[in-house]
Design a protein around this ligand. Sequence first.
Ligand code: ADP
Length: 161
Amino acid sequence: MTIVIYPGSFDPITNGHLDIITRAAYLFDKLIIGVYDSPSKGILFTTEERVALVKKTITNLPNIEVESYNDLTIDFAKRVKAKAIVRGLRMSADFEREFDMAMLNKKMFPKLELVCLMSNVEFQFLSSSLLKEAASLGGKIDDLVPKHVAAALRKKFQRKT
Ligand code: ADP
């Protein structure tokens, strides 16, 4: 059984993440989504909220689990017996960051592989940070996230439209 992890901040989960999740769950026996507890960047949703939003997004997908973690991603991978990390690649900027992280992870845990799935062209531009900015200014975000995430964003920014 091939177990892989898909780690990230998911602040909040977007349709771009969901696309990677669906494709990875098709490729591997089990996908464990790891919601990183304390990212260095500013976070809008608490860990519990981020996990709940991810769980609600994947209710129809059978071979997926969701967990939060607060240690090194390689230690999370070891704990759940994952063979690889899955990440989504949007543009060249993602590549450089992923490459550096992969090199460091390989040094620390050589057996763990990195599998990068290219972002769907539809979601190339979509990031949680831009999404939050747009939502905070009242932008229309309904096509970019699942319905319950759009509602949670509106609630955070106290907007009714
Ligand atoms: P992190 O803070 O670890 O980058 P994110 O939640 O921003 O966490 O992203 C998690 C993973 O999902 C990363 O591999 C990121 O490149 C990927 N990702 C984010 N948005 C998209 C998207 N629109 N399309 C494909 N992959 C994406």
